[in-house]
Design a protein around this ligand. Structure first.
Ligand code: BG6
Length: 539
């Protein structure tokens, strides 16, 4: 199928109308009431940090793919803001290069050209008021030419230290509100590095913008498979009756990566695995498993339910942390058949760093539905392979009437939702091995995205950028949600902090930092978190 028309008034009107009319012909389904997509109004997207890694690898390719699908709004414009002086033309060439290198599709030259015609560049440092004056002129210029007001979305894809600076400059230069149009601010992660910082950042952002204008990114929420968890739980009647402490024995969430930290030591050594993945992405996955069905799929209802889950997780006390949390660092080993260095030998990592590259936690959701069910979370760099999955293990059957031999292979049912790669859902069942004897072994019933839908899933950022432009905050983290996430992780962050970062008033001894070989299953110490006869699944 040829790519649909790109940006530009007439062409896009067709694309937008086509999208709307196909939406109107879809049958009404009460289960997805509230999920109907609001139209994307004409918008100018401003990316601060426009030449950074995230913009090049994710944001620009996502915009290209939206253009390819005819999913950008009519009269879409893009403005890149970054420190270096350069001409519009040079920035456009850089955009094209990034899109060619990182897009999931080989770019169609006409689509690319159409997109780039609407791109401008504003150079300058983020605390310089003149940058915002210039930006204002560019934005006004688009409106004059369009003879109408255009929505504005400011995407903060910079180092986190600039988030409050940019927000405050937008406020001072009167760009945070625009009569007759919507102004939105999209804030990348990390949203603070402690509870206190997250609160302070919320305070500064909300002094300028209303919460309804703020879109805090957690790119896991844009993943198809994460969204499918809602479909899986709330569009199927068969799981919900079992989805509680009476039938579920434990939940295990894994986000394993085979890569090391690459060139990101500057960021990663100050973050560590707990802040980098657990505080945000993995707690979001947990929320999707544990939340109550929302009354409707509106941003407020969905996020209310997630906040309730987070608030039901008791923050671990200093006495509990050694029992509930394990941290470790990778040592040299092998990845992809090649010898790879340990964390301390990676470029840019201080030789005495105690930053964890692996973290595992045992949490409990202390409410009527889940009390007593352990939720195990683990993440790490340089593990055996990349896999993100959620395994829900049911309680064993109460009685096995088979002979001793027959029963040997019986295992509790387990439902595994694979978020990536090989996206899909597998249900472990017991089945009789064909033959004259009654012998049972586990088999797997599988649904795989790749074979069921035969289509390529959009990248998370494609969904998130359109949702933000459309004003739908369902897949973004609300202010109380991000603080509730920090509330759980903050005591552990403080407990594990190196001596010079410990609070003088409450110094703690962070305990040993375990090690694991690169390319392995992780540290053996992680076994200590497991209750009863639980085991970590093989990575
Ligand atoms: C990012 C982390 O948020 O998520 C990275 O900063 C991590 O360290 C990445 O590698 C994982 O994302 P994905 O989509 O590859 O699972």
């Amino acid at each position: 199928m040829p790519p649909q028309a790109v940006v530009g008034v007439e062409a896009d009107d067709v694309a937008v109308t086509a999208a709307l009319s196909s939406a109107q012909t879809e049958p009404e389904n009460p289960l997805i009431a509230g999920l109907e997509r609001l139209p994307v109004a004409p918008t100018t997207l401003v990316i601060f940090g426009a030449t950074g890694d995230l913009a090049r690898r994710k944001l620009l390719p996502a915009l290209y793919n939206l253009a390819h699908d005819g999913a950008l709004p009519e009269r879409f414009h893009l403005v890149g803001v970054a420190r270096r002086e350069k001409q519009h033309e040079d920035y456009r060439a850089e955009c094209a290069q990034a899109i060619r290198q990182f897009s999931r599709r080989t770019p169609d030259e006409d689509v690319l050209k159409g997109l780039l015609e609407h791109v401008k560049y504003v150079p300058g440092v983020f605390d310089d008021a003149s940058v915002y004056a210039e930006l204002g002129k560019v934005l006004d210029g688009f409106e004059e030419r369009a003879a109408t007001k255009l929505n504005r979305a400011f995407y903060l894809s910079t180092a986190p230290a600039f988030f409050p600076v940019i927000v405050e400059e937008l406020g001072k230069s009167e760009l945070a509100h625009h009569e007759g149009a919507e102004v939105r601010v999209i804030i990348e992660k990390p949203f603070g590095t402690t509870l206190q910082e997250a609160r302070e950042l919320n305070r500064r952002v909300l002094a300028i913008f209303d919460e309804s204008q703020v879109f805090r990114i957690d790119h896991y929420l844009g993943k198809e498979t994460v969204q499918n968890m809602m479909a899986f739980r709330f569009a199927n009647g068969m799981f919900e009756p079992l989805w509680n402490r009476n039938y579920i024995d434990s939940v295990q969430i894994t986000a394993a990566e085979d890569l090391g930290i690459g060139t990101r030591a500057g960021y990663y050594d100050h973050a560590g695995a707990l802040r980098d993945l657990i505080q945000n992405h993995m707690l979001q996955l947990l929320c999707h498993v544990a939340m109550e069905p929302p009354v409707s799929f509106t941003a407020e209802e969905v996020r209310n339910e997630k906040v309730k889950v987070l608030q039901a997780i008791p923050a671990p006390t200093a006495e509990e942390i050694p029992e509930l949390a394990v941290r470790a660092q990778y040592a040299a080993g092998h990845a992809g058949g090649e010898a790879v260095p340990g964390y301390l030998q990676e470029e840019g990592v201080p030789e005495d760093s105690t930053t964890e590259t692996y973290a595992a936690l045992r949490l409990e959701v202390d409410n009527w539905r889940w009390a007593g069910v352990p939720f195990y979370l683990r993440t790490g760099k340089r593990l055996a392979r990349k896999i993100t999955e959620i395994a829900v293990t049911l309680k064993p059957v109460p009685h096995l009437a088979f002979s001793q031999d027959g029963s040997l292979g019986v295992q509790p049912n387990q439902l595994v939702l694979t978020i990536q790669p090989n996206e899909g859902v597998a249900l472990r069942l017991g089945a009789k091995i064909p033959g004259t004897r009654m012998i049972i072994r586990p088999v797997s019933m599988e649904f795989l995205y790749g074979t069921a839908f035969l289509s390529q899933s959009p990248e998370a950022y494609e969904r998130l950028i359109t949702d933000a432009m459309r004003g739908d905050a369902t897949l973004f983290t609300r202010n109380d949600e991000v603080e509730a996430q920090w509330q759980i992780c903050d005591p552990i962050v403080k407990y594990w902090a190196p001596a010079h970062q410990q609070s003088p008033a409450h110094p703690q001894s962070p305990g040993p930092l375990a090690q694991y070989e690169a390319g392995s299953q992780g540290p053996k110490e992680a076994e200590n978190l497991l209750l009863d006869d639980h085991h970590w699944r093989a990575i």
